[in-house]
Write a protein that binds this ligand. Structure first.
Ligand code: G3I
Length: 376
């Protein structure tokens, strides 16, 4: 039997989300109510069909998933028109040992995409993380000179972008270069990055130039998280404006979209309005929306009605915004496929951040998003 009550945490979330709590649909189920089975009786329209008039819809994948012999491969082919390598195109995956490229996994993803008519976003060419030590340090553990560091960066970017020329249509050329938690907005760049320490901020400029030389047709992106917060969006704006003013070939900004169930709608809209003035494309590159209101909320390992309720509200808000800005947004990619595999999970706390459950079946929130798109 279904039990309903007014549960304080979700009500607070509702207030935060600016929703009123008046209609029967908005009564919040108790935290551990099971999901109603008949939520799933509708027929799911494949995501790529649903969004075909708006933007390609993508997923980050592992090589194991990009295989039609697995449920993940089948789900990818049915629902997604774009893929991103979750890890295997990062610097430490492609050139862990200097001069020895390991292309196998990345090649497999690209072949899977081509065989199944999908776009490929390349992630990522320049990052302070998941990069081999030789890119930063000499044999004595000292930071490399600017000249050596730039020569190695040019070699890496040229090799990688050239190999996938014509196959990877968009690259995250530089990932997460701006300083994160700084509400005063004083520190612009992530100064703990070896790239910044060796070269200063112009490593960003150089990376874009190298990538453009290797594939003049590829769309080149700066990619970051927390980009919708006021203190960070302005740093990204200033940096991209500087690049554009200097004639550096940058075509877009990737908003990673590691959002949550109380992400602010006005933060997203304000950011999109600001970035629009830069005359660049926007891609949502790593979308996931975990079910918790905060890091302190006790974790759960079963999905429940409260989580579903929160995610329906959050994903409906997010996709309404993305549809409203679809003239600006040229790709929306989830950072995974289904709730069985996500970087957000901990043993005692599952994040359930996607539209598909752990068995890759559409969740109730999927049908909520479907309804939203159909009602445009
Ligand atoms: O490759 C090693 C493997 O050799 C080893 O046996 C294994 C043991 O744990 O670890 C493997 O490396 C892991 C790697 O993923 C590949 O599976 C790392 O421990 C693990 O930390 C790494 O996590 C990735 C993380 O980036 C690293 O920063 C996540 O899968 C990936 O989802 C995440 O993706 C990032 C984006 O690139 C940038 N934006 C944020 C996003 C989430 O953190």
């Amino acid at each position: 039997m279904k039990r309903y009550c007014i549960n304080l945490l979700p009500v607070m979330a509702l207030l935060l989300l600016g929703l009123s709590c008046t209609s029967p649909e908005e009564i919040v189920p108790e935290l551990d109510d099971p999901i109603e089975e008949d939520d799933n009786v509708e027929v799911a329209i494949p995501l790529k069909e649903l969004f075909k008039d708006y933007f390609p819809i993508g997923a980050a994948v592992t090589p194991q998933q990009a295989n039609l012999g697995t449920p993940h491969g089948q789900a990818l082919r049915e629902h997604f028109s774009s893929i991103t390598a979750e890890n295997v195109m990062k610097p430490d995956a492609l050139q862990r040992v200097k001069g020895q490229y390991t292309w196998g996994n990345a090649d497999q993803l690209v072949k899977f995409a081509k065989d199944n008519g999908m776009l490929v976003r390349g992630h990522c060419l320049t990052w302070h993380a998941q990069s081999p030590d030789w890119m930063f340090y000499d044999e004595n553990g000292e930071l490399l000179s600017k000249e050596v560091a730039l020569a190695q960066l040019e070699e890496h970017i040229t090799a990688v972008v050239s190999r996938y020329k014509g196959d990877v249509y968009a690259w995250d050329v530089v990932n997460e270069a701006m300083f994160d938690w700084d509400p005063e907005g004083v520190i612009e760049y992530r100064e703990d990055s070896p790239w910044y320490q060796m070269i200063g901020e112009t490593y960003i400029d150089s990376a874009f130039v190298y990538a453009h030389r290797a594939d003049p047709d590829a769309k080149l992106f700066y990619n970051d998280y927390n980009s919708i917060f006021s203190w960070k969006r302005h740093k990204i704006y200033n940096m991209v404006k500087r690049l554009k003013d200097n004639g550096i070939p940058i075509h877009g900004i990737g908003l990673q979209g590691h959002w949550n169930v109380n992400t602010s709608e006005s933060d997203i809209r304000t950011t999109l309005d600001l970035f629009r003035t830069l005359d660049v494309e926007i891609q949502i590159t790593e979308l996931d929306v975990p079910v918790y209101l905060s890091g302190d909320e006790p974790g759960a390992v079963e999905y429940n009605s409260t989580f579903s309720f929160r995610q329906k509200a959050a994903y409906s808000m997010i996709f309404q915004v993305l549809l409203d800005y679809s003239d600006l947004i040229t790709n929306v990619t989830f950072w995974g496929i289904g709730d069985d595999h996500t970087w957000l999970d901990r043993p005692d706390r599952k994040a359930f951040p996607f539209l598909f459950d752990e068995d890759l079946k559409p969740k109730p929130v999927y049908f909520e998003v479907q309804k939203l798109v159909q009602n445009q």
